[in-house]
Each structure stands twice: as structure tokens, then as C-alpha cells.
Ligand binder design. Structure first.
Ligand code: PLP
Length: 443
């Protein structure tokens, strides 16, 4: 875009100016509507999520066999939900802002296999693909015990096929490890942001890692190109995949069960606020879809992005979706939150979910580091920077009376509310790297 085009965009959408100036900013969605009105635009239904849930259940005996760490949950890849009352106190002090209700952390950071939210969608799409291939070859029946996939016969069968993906790190980790375990020939195309330890870990699992000096968009584009040359290669398309999206969406109903077990009520009188870090959008979009299907209009989803990578906010606020990138308006897409370092949002997710999201905000890398330090001090929990993006959400909801007014939340509702910060990654960060993150916090 030239400077005239950018100025026109700012005139139409004043929020764009804040984004260009890299200000921490909040945008509450004026197009927000009810689930009943918004659902037709998603193009997916509850039965699609149920189908994904059932597929994951079929694979549970296999996952338990090959990843023994999943045996505590019987082969179901699910994370804990933990109340973080000390963090709530620290947040109030640090930001000098009252936060009502109860604050929780959803610990996807500690999901087995890859230690991030990508263990939901990424692994699900690999399993989906493996199942299709095995069913077509008449090697598998839907009623079989899928632990039979843990055999040389199946590994040899899958070794005829390859899988490729472009990633900033965590998606590659999930897809790489899962694909290699099944026997696929797998290649991960890694953007410049990807951490060295993630590449090392993948190579130790026999995954081919191709490194790029450019960002995620280029890694995906090059990966897609390379995969096209091989008819036996399946390219996992993080920017447009409905399969990935549905793998994430299964989280909604599971969270509902966890809340019920903890005696937590979600209804109109007890609203639920969920804060989701957003990169390309598949993870937070899929989870938000699952949450909406589980809790309807009583759940309020807010996405968080780095000031240097606000691709989803930019796409949704301007209505341009994947037709605009942060680089188009002069933003560099360079952030310590490597899981969120995406310059162009998924066009599918933005268009599907824009009416069902309450809002978006951006935050500085330094704010993420500070929150990382505070969480470690208050709760002894260590997450990666990306995973802290959601932690500012409860502060912003309480400090923005325009938002409270827009949704007509009453004092009583705010007192009875629950706030869940989706802790999307960090459980497998090596100790030295974590020490480095912690040293950047100025608390
Ligand atoms: C990938 C990732 C996200 C965001 O998911 P998207 O599907 O890219 O929007 C958030 N946090 C972490 C740690 C991630 O790895």
C-alpha cells in the first residue's frame, strides 16, 4: 500500500492508526451478534465437532500406546483448568485495577506431545489424514481397536506417504512428532522466528526441517509449493483448514465438563470470559467456535495479539481479512511471541468467526514478559511469552466501561463472572530458555 492508500484506510478505520503506531490498543467488535445470528456464517455445526470428538476417541488407545504420558487421561489429549487466585491479586496490584469474579488458567501449555495448543488441531489433522488413508486401503475399520496402528505393518504403509506443514514452531512440533510416530515421511517448513530447540527436537524425531530466513507466510507458501510437486504429499494448511479448526473446537465441550466438575456455573447470571492468544487464527478461532457451541451467548471470547503482529484485528476491523497483511501498513511482524508472529490472518477464520467475537486487543512484548514474570512469582507457573497474551484481558474488560455498557453487564454479573486465560504454550521450553524469558520481566 502507498501512503495515500494507508491514509484512506485510517480515515475509514481509525483503529488502524493505533496499530501502525504500535500502541497497545483495544477494539470491541461493533458487529458482534448472537450465536443464532452468527452461526450460519461459520458453515460448520455441532455435529462436525462431535465427529472430531469421536475420531479422537477412536485414536485414544493408539495414543496411549505410543505416548505413555497420555495414559493419565486415557489417551485423550486434554489440559487442566486451574484457578489462579494469587495471579488475580498480583494483576490487581500491578495494573491498579479491580478484577471481579474468578480467574482461571487453561493449561494447554502442559498438553502432552508438544506442550502447546497445537497438540489439539495439529495432531487431530494428522490423525484424520491417517485414518482416511488406512480406511481407503481397507487396513482399518471404524470399530477396530486403533492400537493396531502401533505396528510395523502400519508404519510401513504410512511411510509411502508424506506430510508437510509451514510453522512458526509449535504447529510443526505437533504435526512433526505425530506424523513421524505414525511412520509418515514428514517435512516441517520453519519460519525465522522458530526457536532452535524446536528444530532440534523435531530432527531428533526423524523429521526433516527446512529453515527460512523469512516469516511464517513465506514458510507456508514455500512448503505448499514443495508439497505440490509430490502427489503423495499432504500439505496441512494452517491458513484455511477446517479439519484443524474442528480439532481445536473439541475443547469447548470438554471445558464445559471441567467447569461442571469444579462446580462452576455458566449462564446469563454467571458470564464466562475467555481470552485467547491469536496467531493465524485457527487455534483461538476453533476453540472459540467450540466454546460458543458449548455455552452459547453466555461465553464472551476476546483475542489477543502482539502490537507487532495484529493480523486478525487488522483483517476483521477493516473487513479485508486475508487481503491485507501487517506489512502492508508498515508493521514488521517481529515479536518475542513466536507462536503469534503471523502477518496475515486466516481468511476463513476471520470471516467465519467475526460476528461471534467480543473483541481484540494488542499488547507489547514487554507486557508479555512482565506477565510471564508475575505468573511465575505468584503461581510458580512457567509459560512462553505467546501464552501470556491473554492475561491482560481481564484487566482490560474491567477498565473499559464502554465494553461493559455495550453488553449491558450488571455489577452482579461481573461479581459472578469467570475469566479463563488460555495458556497456549510453554510447558516444554528448555530451562535455560525459560531463564532468559524470566530475566526480561521487569516486575
Ligand atoms: C500457534 C499458537 C497460538 C495461536 O494459534 P493460531 O492458530 O496461530 O492463531 C497461540 N499460542 C501459542 C503458544 C501458539 O503456538
Amino acid at each position: 500500500m502507498d501512503s495515500k492508500q494507508i491514509q484512506d484506510l485510517i480515515n475509514q478505520h481509525p483503529i488502524v492508526k493505533d496499530l501502525i503506531e504500535l500502541k497497545e490498543t483495544v477494539w470491541f467488535n461493533p458487529e458482534f451478534t448472537t450465536l443464532a445470528e452468527g452461526l450460519p456464517f461459520v458453515g460448520l455445526a455441532k455435529k462436525d465437532i462431535d465427529d472430531a470428538r469421536d475420531r479422537l476417541a477412536r485414536f485414544a488407545p493408539y495414543l496411549m500406546a505410543v505416548f505413555p504420558e497420555t495414559s493419565t487421561t486415557n489417551g485423550i489429549i486434554e489440559s487442566e483448568l486451574t484457578a489462579i487466585p494469587n495471579m488475580q491479586k498480583y494483576l490487581k496490584q500491578h495494573f491498579n485495577q479491580n478484577i471481579q469474579g474468578t480467574l482461571w488458567l487453561k493449561k494447554d501449555s502442559h498438553l502432552p506431545i508438544s506442550g502447546s495448543i497445537k497438540a489439539r488441531g495439529g495432531i487431530y489433522e494428522v490423525l484424520y489424514h491417517a485414518e482416511q488413508l488406512a480406511l481407503k486401503a481397507n487396513l482399518l475399520n471404524l470399530n477396530d481397536d486403533y492400537s493396531k496402528l502401533n505396528s510395523d505393518e502400519f508404519r510401513t504403509f504410512f511411510s509411502q506417504y508424506s506430510i508437510a506443514v509451514g510453522s512458526t514452531g509449535n504447529l510443526g512440533l505437533s504435526i512433526g512428532i505425530m506424523s513421524a510416530k505414525l511412520g509418515f515421511d514428514v517435512t516441517v517448513h520453519m519460519s525465522a522466528d522458530a526457536r532452535q530447540w524446536k528444530k532440534d527436537k523435531l530432527r531428533s524425531h526423524g523429521v526433516t526441517v527446512v529453515e527460512y530466513q523469512q516469516d511464517y507466510g513465506i514458510a507456508v507458501q514455500e512448503g505448499r509449493k514443495a508439497a505440490l510437486k509430490n502427489p503423495n504429499c499432504f500439505f496441512i494448511d494452517d491458513e484455511n483448514s477446517k479439519t484443524l479448526f474442528l480439532g481445536y473446537a473439541v475443547a469447548g465441550e470438554r471445558l464445559k465438563q471441567q467447569l461442571t466438575q469444579q462446580g462452576v456455573i455458566v449462564d446469563q447470571a454467571h458470564p464466562l470470559f475467555v481470552y485467547l492468544p491469536c496467531g493465524v487464527g485457527g487455534g483461538p478461532g476453533g476453540v472459540a467456535f467450540g466454546l460458543k457451541m458449548a455455552f452459547g451467548d453466555d461465553v464472551h471470547c476476546i483475542f489477543a495479539e502482539p502490537t507487532h503482529s495484529p493480523c486478525m484485528l487488522l483483517g476483521v476491523a477493516t473487513g479485508l481479512h486475508d487481503e491485507i497483511s501487517v506489512q502492508d501498513i508498515g508493521i514488521d511482524n517481529i515479536t518475542a511471541a513466536d507462536g503469534l508472529a503471523v502477518g496475515r490472518a486466516s481468511g476463513f477464520v476471520g470471516r467465519a468467526m467475526q460476528r461471534l467475537l467480543d473483541g481484540f486487543y494488542t499488547l507489547d512484548d514487554q507486557t508479555m514478559y512482565n506477565l510471564l514474570g508475575i505468573l511465575n512469582q505468584s503461581e510458580s507457573l512457567k509459560l512462553e511469552p505467546s501464552a501470556l497474551a491473554g492475561m491482560l484481558g481481564p484487566v482490560l474488560v474491567h477498565s473499559h466501561s464502554d465494553y461493559i455498557d455495550l453488553h449491558q453487564f450488571t455489577e452482579q454479573q461481573l461479581q459472578l463472572a469467570n475469566h479463563i486465560v488460555w495458556g497456549t504454550g510453554g510447558g516444554m521450553v528448555p530451562a535455560e530458555e525459560m531463564q532468559n524469558y524470566l530475566s526480561k520481566a521487569s516486575a
